[in-house]
Ligand binder design. Structure first.
Ligand SMILES: [Mg+2]
Ligand SMILES: [Zn+2]
Length: 168
């Protein structure tokens, strides 16, 4: 049987987007994120992060540092009774990337590659899935991958994580 997923952009959705966040001390969790993920877990959604990480392409931090930070983040969710089940990321940038990371890839949002990969890997019903983003490029990626519902959150927007939680 197919599962449904709650896809979360990371910067600006899980943690405040302070720019190239990659260490625990730079991480400020967005209000309501633990509650949202707990509710999604309880409602049977697989929770998956889908994040562009051009900081890796730019050489600002390494792949290993990214993974260390994400393990720490998943640990913080666990401490709050929530499970961030999967992490998908794009380490590329079409202009600023160094070496092989400089490429026009199929994963950097608004390309739908990360979502399509998750769909196959996790056997997802995309129509029953949800994506939360803070940029139009997040929403476009979701649309192109056939995600059923999308939420664009942001400070100038009436939509909050609480809105998403109520819609689960
Ligand atoms: Mg973002
Ligand atoms: Zn990529």
């Amino acid at each position: 049987m197919q599962s449904k997923a709650l896809f979360l952009d990371r910067d600006g959705v899980i943690n405040e987007d302070l720019g190239y966040v990659h260490r625990a001390e730079q991480c400020v969790f967005v209000d309501g994120i633990f509650e949202l993920v707990r509710s999604a877990n309880a409602a049977g959604y697989i929770v998956a992060v889908v994040t562009n990480q051009a900081g890796i392409a730019r050489g600002l931090y390494t792949d290993a540092q990214f993974h260390d930070f994400m393990r720490w983040m998943q640990g913080q969710f666990a401490l709050n009774g929530a499970s961030l089940d999967h992490v998908y990321y794009c380490p590329h940038h079409p202009q600023a990337g160094k070496g092989v990371l400089r490429q026009t890839c199929i994963c950097r949002k608004p390309e739908p590659g990360m979502l399509k990969h998750a769909c196959v890997e996790l056997n997802l019903d995309m129509k029953a899935s949800i994506l939360v983003g803070d940029k139009e490029s997040d929403i476009e990626a979701a649309r192109r991958a056939g995600v059923g519902r999308t939420f664009l959150i942001g400070e100038n927007d009436a939509v909050s994580l609480g809105t998403v939680q109520q819609a689960l």
